[in-house]
Design a protein around this ligand. Structure first.
Ligand code: ATP
Ligand code: MG
Length: 559
């Protein structure tokens, strides 16, 4: 994936020009989430752009504005969650937190003013009738029979809409623009509708609510936004944005600029889709680590810097594209490789008894916390006669290129000793239940003084010291790159990955019992893991954030 220098994208160029030309002393941007769900990882692009551009100029500011114009879908829970997520990503709105609902009185006044300027009328058609008369790209729409109502009649009807005299759907306020416009959003779009539902902030004060197209441009103008950055689906609606601000006298006229959404393979990024996953119980909640929400990836262990870095790599484009989820995972791996301390855990334990190791003895061996960062120091890991290794790390009928443990073969136990498998113990069904090994005391620390080499190094956990833990392994939430590419008559849910979550009973080195929720580690040879809030010191729970690249899986695939 080509990476773009974020200093040169077309939006930053435009802002730089406006500042250089003295059009604005500095940019004022806004991030305008609708509090009707949790933020998803696509929002990271809008957040890094809106807050990022502002931060590049002295005096530049970015407002957080909740676009809370639809009382039916919005909740305070979402307001809190959205704020947490933005802060987690590393951005701050300072004192500049606003709600579109704060402007309801002003927006209502603007609507009356638009009526007085003959720019809006009350229409009695149903939304189905309005839609049916909208026309197509090649045919003009049919004007509403209510289009020519007098200003007085419109003001009276709009006032009565607001007073609650009519039921939802009975009447709407529409802009009076041009039913033959080649730009569909200009064909007398609805601006205000009746909704009889309690609003999370204004309660039952209002029963008419502005639609996005009316509320957004005016909120931008009220706040003195200079550059109103939004995604490409709003391109056609820029004409309406400009028409409303040109027709009314507003404090300023912000410039709307559109950019491409961030999309990823193997997941969905629409709040509606994500809400269905939560409400229909396909996941445990908005912060389920399988979810592409910020809360989900945070719980899974993604560091916020990896999302910011991904956004930098992708840059800002004018055309939509789909990014491989693997590119985000690579950014996660790359950051965690530098920062995450190493530890040892075994996900599928197989007992090994080291027969020539003294019974009852424990040694504390030195283990390097992070070879990428010597500053992270060294910890002690207990070693004893009985240990666990990964069941996958042993094969009775090992092929040549399998460099791990097999009968008669010698391998290194990380930070410990060389061991050789001397006996394989099985149950009645022929399943291997235990291995017997011998160790070479001269190889303490993992090197043979005689210079003898081994090809494999295994991770392990001392059995009497092991902490039992639940480890949750994740795969992509959907099996297909494009979840919406579903069989005839089915929707994206048909592509849900039944193996997206797998729970293991694992054993971990004792230091991991002290991990606190959110702490991240590399479990050597297995991947990056993050302590989950479901865990306790006695019964820790870890989420696998992302795997390491597995060199054996590659060899196995090739042969
Ligand atoms: P969705 O379509 O997922 O429900 P939305 O656009 O309704 O999202 P909002 O809360 O209205 O969500 O979005 C807030 C801002 O985030 C908007 O400016 C929107 O353009 C931007 N945004 C939403 N999704 C993406 C995305 N995938 N990539 C970049 N920006 C996005
Ligand atoms: Mg939206």
């Amino acid at each position: 994936m080509a990476s773009e220098d974020t200093n040169t994208d077309f939006i930053r160029q435009r802002v730089a020009r406006d500042v250089a030309d003295g059009v604005h002393p500095h940019p004022v941007t806004r991030f305008p989430p609708e509090p009707n769900g949790y933020l998803h990882i696509g929002h990271a692009k809008a957040i890094t752009l809106d807050f990022g551009v502002a931060a590049e100029y002295p005096g530049g500011v970015c407002h957080l504005r909740f676009d809370d114009t639809n009382p039916a879908a919005e909740e305070t829970e979402y307001v809190e969650a959205i704020q947490d997520d933005i802060r987690w990503l590393g951005f701050d709105w300072g004192d500049n937190r606003f709600f579109a609902s704060d402007y309801f009185p002003q927006l209502y006044e603007y609507a009356c003013e638009l009526i007085r300027r003959d720019g809006a009328f009350v229409c009695d058609l149903s939304s189905e009738e309005i839609f049916a008369r909208r026309g197509t790209l090649t045919e003009p729409g049919i004007p509403s029979p209510y289009r020519d109502r007098s200003v007085e009649e419109n003001l009276d009807l709009f006032e009565r809409m607001r007073a609650g005299e009519f039921e939802p759907g009975e009447r709407v306020l529409r802009a009076k623009i041009d039913m033959a416009s080649p730009v569909l959003p200009l064909r007398d779009p609805p601006l205000y509708r009746i909704v009889k539902a309690s609003h999370h902030r204004t309660g039952d004060t209002w029963c008419v609510y502005p639609l996005y197209d009316f509320a957004h441009c005016l909120s931008d103008a009220i706040e003195g936004i200079t550059h109103s950055l939004c995604t490409l689906e709003f391109t056609d609606r820029r004409r309406l944005y400009d028409w409303i601000l040109d027709t009314l006298e507003t404090p300023c006229h912000p410039q709307q600029i559109e950019f491409a959404r961030l999309n990823f393979t193997h997941t969905v990024l629409s709040k509606r889709g994500l809400k269905r996953l939560v409400e229909e119980g396909h996941v445990r909640g908005w912060d389920d680590p399988r979810m592409p929400t910020m809360a989900g990836v945070r719980r899974r262990g993604y560091p916020p810097g990896a999302l910011v870095e991904l956004c930098r790599q992708v840059g800002v484009q004018k055309r939509d594209s789909v990014i491989q989820l693997a590119q985000l995972e690579a950014a996660v791996r790359s950051e965690l490789n530098e920062t995450a301390p190493r530890a040892m855990g075994v996900l599928d334990p197989l007992k090994v008894v080291i027969e020539n190791y003294p019974e009852g003895q424990t040694e504390e061996l030195d283990a390097v916390n992070n070879p990428q960062d010597p500053g992270q120091g060294v910890r002690k890991v207990p070693f004893s006669r009985e240990i666990y290794i990964e069941r996958d790390d042993f094969r009775e009928d090992a092929p040549k290129k399998f460099f791990r443990l097999a009968p008669g073969r010698e391998v290194r136990l990380r930070y410990a000793y060389f061991v050789t498998c001397t006996e394989v113990i099985k149950d009645a069904d022929g399943r291997v239940t235990e291995l017997r090994c011998s160790y070479d005391p001269a190889t303490r620390g993992g090197d043979a003084p005689d210079g003898r080499k081994v090809k494999g190094t295994l991770h392990w956990v001392s059995a009497p010291h092991a902490v039992e833990a639940e480890v949750r392994l994740y795969e992509t939430l959907f099996t297909t790159e494009d979840p919406h590419d579903a069989p005839e008559g089915q929707d994206f849910l048909a592509n849900l990955n039944p193996k997206a979550l797998e729970v293991r009973r694992a054993v971990l080195e004792p230091s991991l019992a002290a991990a606190r929720p959110g702490d991240r580690f590399q479990f050597e040879r297995l991947g990056y893991f993050c302590a989950d809030p479901d865990g306790t010191p006695k019964a820790p729970v870890f989420n696998r954030t992302v795997t390491l690249r597995d060199s054996w899986a590659k060899v196995a695939k090739r042969s």
